[in-house]
Design a protein around this ligand. Structure first.
Ligand code: AMP
Length: 211
């Protein structure tokens, strides 16, 4: 099963993807994580991506589509995958349909008023786990792997404002794109814990893949 995870920044796509990876064995492909790894490694892609990410803008489509196209040729995606953060506009969605077959789009729908606080309070680990300061009780290391937690450079109020604008202008129209294709499953995520959102998604996926 090949899945697109859709949702605003802070909707919990990464958190759900980690849980789904564990339960259903689907490869988790996050374009944001790929860009951050390239920035850390000082690669040419990282150098291009950094200025866009810092400005809360989308990295150019050609760069992003090429990365995803290459990633989908790797061995671990053969048993199914989840795209987290791709596609992010109509062009990317149309390109994706040319080089991949998507079975399902899971749209995590969150009240916009919750997003700013969620993202600015987010602390992440290099292993992919993410937390909110209010639930960390002062802890500074990851409960899963023990590595130090940090705040992403783009998780500050100014950049988050721009990322949310970009989401509403460019990415949200994809809800309709996948609805028209008959592939949309929307889960409403409010203040309930991620485990409850996961239960809804896992029940739906379970029906489709028989797990
Ligand atoms: P994320 O980790 O998904 O929040 O992505 C962080 C940043 O990476 C975004 O704000 C964009 O600047 C960039 N990015 C991630 N995915 C894409 C994409 N599909 N297209 C363009 N830029 C992207």
């Amino acid at each position: 099963m090949n899945i697109v995870l859709l949702g605003a920044p802070g909707a919990g796509k990464g958190t759900q993807a980690s849980m789904l990876e564990e339960r259903f064995g689907l490869a988790h492909i996050s374009t944001g994580d790929i860009f951050r790894a390239n920035i850390k490694g000082g690669t040419p892609i990282g150098k291009v991506a950094k200025s866009y990410i810092d400005a809360g803008k989308l990295v150019p489509d050609e760069v992003t589509c090429d990365i995803v196209k290459g990633r989908l040729c790797e061995e671990d995606v053969k048993g199914g995958y989840m795209l987290d953060g791709f596609p992010r506009n109509l062009f990317q969605a149309q390109e994706l349909d040319k080089f991949a077959h998507i079975d399902l789009c899971i749209n995590i729908d969150v009240d916009i008023n919750l997003l700013m606080d969620r993202i600015c309070g987010r602390r992440v680990c290099s292993c992919g786990e993410s937390y909110h300061v209010t639930t960390l009780n002062g802890a500074t290391t990851c409960k899963k792997c023990g590595s130090p937690l940090y705040q992403r450079d783009d998780d500050n109020p100014e950049t988050v404002g721009k990322r949310l604008d970009t989401y509403f202008k460019e990415t949200q129209p994809l809800v309709d794109y996948y609805k028209k294709q008959g592939k949309l499953f929307t889960v409403k995520s409010g203040k309930q814990p991620p485990s409850e959102v996961f239960a809804v998604i896992a029940a739906e996926l379970g029906k489709r893949v028989g797990k």
